[in-house]
Design a protein around this ligand. Structure first.
Ligand code: TPP
Length: 161
């Protein structure tokens, strides 16, 4: 489920995880969120619910790229210390370099490291990483690359020669 309306994904994912526990199904639910999304009150309602129900089948990854639509996340509504907030809500929280697959897989391999607790992974990322003219430029939240820019981006990412 893709949730363009921010703050719904965590609640829906946690609902699925609760269903999994009730039905005694062994699946896990992965939820990918953004830092701007953590400004939504519904996120923290859901964040409180999952540990209360001991949903250790939930993994929430937060793409912490420090930007959101209208500016820097810390300036729009300060989030730091983000990992501490998840821990305080009862989650087992980890911080990783979001561009380093080994670090992410290392956390995945431990889950559930804390029985009865959901897992939050704060993935520190750089917006537009790997594309020289997009990196750290928040205008690309809304802009669509033209054909020339698309070709250049693909080349820089090694998708085409
Ligand atoms: C409920 C809700 N409120 C407001 C918006 C308007 N909005 C669109 S994008 C955005 C900020 C997104 O931040 P983030 O997802 O961190 O941006 P990223 O840098 O990851 O693209 C906002 C507030 C929305 N989509 N949904």
């Amino acid at each position: 489920m893709a949730t363009g309306s921010l703050g719904h994904g965590l609640s829906v994912g946690i609902g699925q995880a609760l269903a999994g526990k009730i039905l005694k199904e062994p699946f896990r639910v992965m939820i990918l969120m953004s830092d701007g999304e953590c400004n939504e009150g519904s996120v923290w309602e859901a964040a409180m619910f999952a540990p209360a129900k001991q949903l250790d089948n939930v993994i929430a990854i937060i793409d912490f790229n420090k930007w959101q639509a209208t500016g820097r996340s810390e300036e729009v509504l300060k989030l730091s210390p983000l990992a501490d907030k998840w821990t305080a809500f009862g989650w087992d929280a980890y911080e990783v370099d979001g561009h380093n697959y080994e670090q992410i897989l290392d956390v995945f391999s431990k889950i559930p490291a804390c029985k009865g607790k959901p897992t939050a992974i704060i993935a520190h990322t750089i917006k537009g990483k790997g594309v020289s003219f997009m990196e750290g430029d928040n205008n690309w939240h809304y802009r669509i690359p033209n054909q020339e820019e698309l070709q250049k981006a693909k080349q820089e990412l090694g998708v085409i020669d």
